[in-house]
Design a protein around this ligand. Structure first.
Ligand code: ATP
Length: 457
């Protein structure tokens, strides 16, 4: 099935209430988007799937939800204040300012001119004032990655849970980057969410764990419905590695605008824990740590029965929630030609990601008998903990099915006159096959629980 164009996805997202440009009544704020009623469900389901696989289904990873406002010394010691920048270029012909991509021709993307300034670094972090006095000292950063707050909590988590490497800390949360040219819908934005794991290992086991996490993450994205043919691994060339990385492998996805990064899996070595640790002679620390503004904490561990302190290496799978949502919608969208000559748009989301699991539809609008029954069925299904169940009372049954197909609802349940006047059975319609079957009301809960559990990935 061919991918939809970006315009198709943007318009579906707006029309159906997945994603809106933020503040559009004031003309919008570039690179900032809001998730609507369906978008928030899809995003929450994706995050829940990640959390389940990282924290609940394993025995070596703990969760964290740390502050977004970040102490400036943290991002000073981590190297971000000095090096977290992108190359920026100005066009002398049309004054367009843009980010220079590694493979870009030296040509203005707007007017095509080659009369450009030399590339210069542009600091990507967003600063904010903290406290009542606005001066050069009273600032904090909006974190550009969730990772640093994991590193500075290494000791808190290790001490309170009794963990020693290999173990990980997982976090989902907002990150901010003042991207020079936000573009491609929610692919490159200034406010986004990350799902990050920092997995701490013995320094001699880094390569093995790096391979493990590359494979694990590639497999996980496929379990979210992304076809293996649309995913590929990309080894970042040494010249493009971030300042902290020994090796980074990206998972790329074939987005509507091109094949680009969905997740990065980096070997961050002992760079970050070392940088946040006070210089102590018994520890192998980085020479680049400045002699002031240290933390006072040793972010290291001792193996059982050994006195030597070891700064763990860190393997970091870092995924973008927003890029995940974009990839999943793009993968799930399709247009089908029906036997009656019509076409339908259907978004074939895996059941566990679908914003609405079941729509309960009274056959006729504003009919009190049908509505009473439909409300009771909805309340019952909702109580089963299957996810969101929607009562859809908009009339025309065909239109209701089309709408539910377009928002990815795996099942519809229709309450009709046979239900309330004859045999207490309902119509159960499947999104993908469009097959309709009659089923007794007292069996609908089990039937849907089974189908939802097996029709997901
Ligand atoms: P890119 O090269 O595309 O700018 P990056 O290599 O800087 O990405 P990382 O620092 O590795 O990105 O961040 C981890 C993940 O966070 C990325 O794989 C991506 O999914 C997500 N991410 C990073 N920047 C953005 C952004 N501006 N908008 C949306 N998601 C982002």
């Amino acid at each position: 099935m061919p991918s939809p164009s970006m315009e198709t996805l943007v318009s579906l997202c707006k029309k159906r209430g997945f994603i809106f440009p933020a503040f559009d009544i004031y003309g919008g704020l570039q690179g900032v988007y809001d998730y609507g009623p369906l978008g928030v469900e899809l995003k929450n389901n994706l995050k829940a799937a990640w959390w389940r696989s990282m924290v609940y289904e394993r025995d070596d990873i703990e969760g964290l939800d740390a502050a977004i406002l970040t102490h400036r010394n943290v991002l000073k010691q981590s190297g971000h204040e000095d090096t977290f920048s992108d190359p920026m270029v100005d066009c002398r012909s049309c004054n367009e300012r843009f980010r220079l991509e590694p493979d870009d021709a030296l040509r203005c993307p707007k007017c095509g001119s080659t009369d450009l300034t030399e590339p210069r670094p542009f600091q990507l972090m967003l600063k904010t004032i903290v406290g009542p006095v606005e001066d050069s000292e009273n600032y904090a950063w909006l974190r550009p990655e969730t990772a640093q707050s994991i590193f500075v909590n290494f000791r808190n988590v290790a001490a309170t849970t009794g963990r020693r490497p290999p173990f990980g800390i997982a976090q989902i949360g907002k990150a901010f980057r003042n991207e020079i040219t936000p573009r491609n819908f929610i692919f490159r934005v200034r406010e986004f969410e990350q799902m990050e794991l920092e997995y701490f290992v013995h320094p001699q086991e880094d390569a093995k764990w790096h391979e493990y996490w590359i494979e694990n993450r590639l497999d996980w994205w496929q379990r979210q419905g992304l076809a293996s043919g649309n995913l590929e691994l990309f080894e970042q060339p040494a010249a493009e590695l971030a300042h902290y990385s020994k090796r980074t492998v990206d998972i790329l996805y074939r987005f509507p605008h091109g094949t680009e990064e969905l997740e990065g899996i980096a070997n961050r070595t002992d760079y970050d824990l070392g940088s946040h640790t006070r210089g102590q002679s018994e520890m192998s620390l980085h020479a680049r740590v400045a002699p002031n503004a240290f933390s006072n904490t040793r972010l290291a561990y001792q193996r059982a029965g050994e006195s030597q302190w070891i700064v763990p290496y860190v393997i970091e799978p870092s995924a973008g929630v927003d890029r995940g949502v974009l990839a999943i919608l793009s993968e799930a969208w399709c247009e089908e030609h029906l036997p009656d000559g019509k076409t339908r748009t259907v978004v074939k989301l895996p059941a566990h990601l679908a914003p609405v699991k079941v729509a309960v539809i009274p056959l006729k609008r504003n009919h009190s008998g049908l509505m009473t029954k439909a409300k009771a069925v909805k309340a019952y299904l909702q109580s089963l903990g299957l996810g969101r169940i929607l009562l859809e009372d908009s009339g025309n049954i065909g239109k209701c099915y089309r709408r539910q197909d377009e928002i990815g609802t795996p099942f519809c349940v229709t309450v009709d006159f046979q239900t309330i006047e004859q045999d207490n059975t309902l119509t159960l319609r499947s999104r993908d096959s469009m097959v309709q079957t009659r089923i007794a009301v007292d069996r609908i809960g089990d039937a849907l629980s089974d189908r939802l559990a097996t029709s997901g990935i």
